[in-house]
Ligand binder design. Structure first.
Ligand code: ADQ
Length: 483
């Protein structure tokens, strides 16, 4: 896979490329930009820099040739079917994901998965090293690529390397369960700057450096002696991600979205209150707890369809991983039970939609919903909460928000809940439902101001500024030692 030697000032590496392969009506295959905030954020950054993106195309087997899309040079990394199972479904989603999310389900450890993780991380690092310009900038994303920073540093000591963690970083007591805990910390410490969603995540990482490696930390930096005796200082701090506020606000104001929101309410029988949940079907999102609380409210008559209607949108996710298949069966069983008991002809108690929707349909759902239920047991940030706020240009709506999300640390005016406390969750839902109009509007106004000021474009530029300002590395000394 030749790059014809072209190099780029900014190279992004993420598990997935920012495009999906779609089959057009004539049967031909085309690339379509994936929806989502990260792609939007990076587009604005990439257009300012000369940018390349390294990632998997979404299909197992040989990788397509590199191509240019929306001004971005895209370099697909191949994953075999085995690697997909071992590196992605196995180590990333069966080992790391549970450990990094409070072990809500038990983590599985397999040495073969780890070997595949190392091998795939090396492949990403080699592609990055090939594409980065002299003294260029490399931005690595997320838990699937924790070894990439150190691997890139080995190959390209001249580049500046940043890593951003989209999910929580666990307390050292949980992280220490990983048989490969030291190698993961060493992998990350190849970076110059490490970005986290919450201050607590950065602290957890710094604590892991002290406890597992006996490295010295001061404030948000860790100091240690790296390869070949080079003294290094790495900064780890919080730069919470956000959404494209202006884009979502504009989308939600379009006549099509406003009309569609009205139509959604009408097709649900114009309820007095429309409650909404929107999540990837993931056990971290607290969907079971939410359904349990709602079923009890139905039993108690505190909510009664068709006056109140609850719509749960659950995007299909990781369907080949056992824990996700089990979750889907449980959620769908519970939805059936609740509708069997509380539904009437023409009126479901609970509408459950297992689909992905275009951005405009998501915006219409947000505009239509009186109360959004965001109740994860653990979530790095939760963009759904911020998207809801960004779409409520009418100042309406109420947000019920779990204290175990990153968003909780910014959206202080939300109706806050502990999703483990079913009684408390029920009371919070009722509070949000019955809150006086003025109170809800004041809360929404304050939350909108926060998200407008801290949008995804600002997140990306703050990250790159922090990376550029990260403690200077002794490049000359390194060159002398290696040279
Ligand atoms: P996720 O766990 O995927 O992200 P989240 O932040 O809520 O969680 O983002 C989900 C995205 O998918 C949102 O943009 C949402 O609009 C979209 N989406 C959800 N359901 C959809 C549907 N049915 N159709 C179409 N789109 C749908 C991880 C971390 C989070 C962190 C993000 C970003 O787990 O904690 O906030 O990365 O850093």
């Amino acid at each position: 896979m030749s790059t014809s030697g072209k190099t780029f000032d900014l190279v992004v590496a993420a598990n997935r490329l920012p495009v999906d392969r779609v089959v057009a009506s004539d049967g031909s295959k085309q690339w379509r930009r994936s929806p989502g905030g990260l792609v939007t954020a990076m587009e604005s950054v990439m257009s300012e820099h000369d940018g390349a993106w390294v990632g998997w195309s979404g299909e197992a087997g040989d990788a397509p040739e590199p191509f240019v899309e929306n001004g971005m040079y895209l370099r697909p990394v191949p994953l075999s079917e085995d690697e997909l199972q071992q590196y992605y479904e196995g180590f990333s989603n069966g080992t790391l994901w549970p450990i990094f999310h409070d072990v809500i389900v038990p983590a599985t450890f397999h040495r073969q998965w780890w070997y595949a993780y190392e091998r795939v991380n090396r492949r990403f690092a080699e592609a990055v090293a090939e594409l980065a310009a002299d003294s260029g900038t490399v931005w690595v994303h997320d838990y699937q690529l924790q070894l990439v920073p150190a691997m890139v540093r080995e190959l390209r000591p001249d580049v500046r390397i940043g890593w951003f963690n989209h999910i929580p970083f666990p307390p050292v007591e949980l992280f220490a369960q990983l048989p490969w805990r030291k190698a993961l910390v060493e992998g990350l410490l190849g970076a110059d700057f490490l970005g986290f969603q919450r201050v607590a995540d950065a602290h957890n990482f710094l604590r892991a450096c002290r406890r597992l490696h006996a490295f010295t930390t001061r404030g948000d930096t860790v100091s240690f002696t790296g390869k070949r005796g080079v003294q290094r200082v790495v900064r780890a701090s919080a730069i919470p991600i956000s959404v494209d506020f202006k884009g979502l606000d504009a989308l939600a104001r379009t006549p099509e979205v406003v009309a569609r929101a009205q139509q959604i309410r009408e097709s649900l029988g114009n309820p007095a209150t429309l409650l909404l949940g929107v999540d990837r079907l993931d056990y971290t999102k607290g969907i079971r707890h939410r359904l349990k609380a709602y079923a009890e409210l139905l039993t108690e008559g505190a909510v009664a369809p068709p006056r109140e209607v609850f719509v749960q949108v659950a995007t299909p996710s990781r369907e080949r991983v056992d824990a996700y298949r089990e979750l889907r069966a449980e959620v769908e069983g519970e939805v059936g039970r609740v509708n069997g008991e509380f539904g009437r002809i023409g009126h479901l108690a609970l509408q459950y939609l297992h689909h992905s929707y275009p951005r405009s349909e998501m915006a219409a759902l947000y505009v239509a919903a009186d109360v959004l239920l965001v109740t994860p047991l653990r979530d790095g940030m939760n963009l759904v909460a911020k998207e809801y706020v960004a779409c409520r240009h009418d100042g309406g709506g109420a947000l019920v928000l779990s204290e175990f999300t990153g968003a909780f640390h910014e959206l202080h005016q939300a109706y806050v809940c502990n999703p483990h406390d079913i009684e408390g969750l029920k009371q919070t839902i009722i509070r949000a439902l019955k809150a006086p109009e003025g109170e809800r509007r004041r809360a929404m106004k304050a939350m909108r101001r926060r998200v407008a000021d801290h949008d995804v474009q600002r997140w990306a530029s703050r990250f790159l500024e922090a990376l550029a300002a990260a403690p200077e590395r002794p490049v000359r000394q390194l060159a002398e030692v290696t040279g």
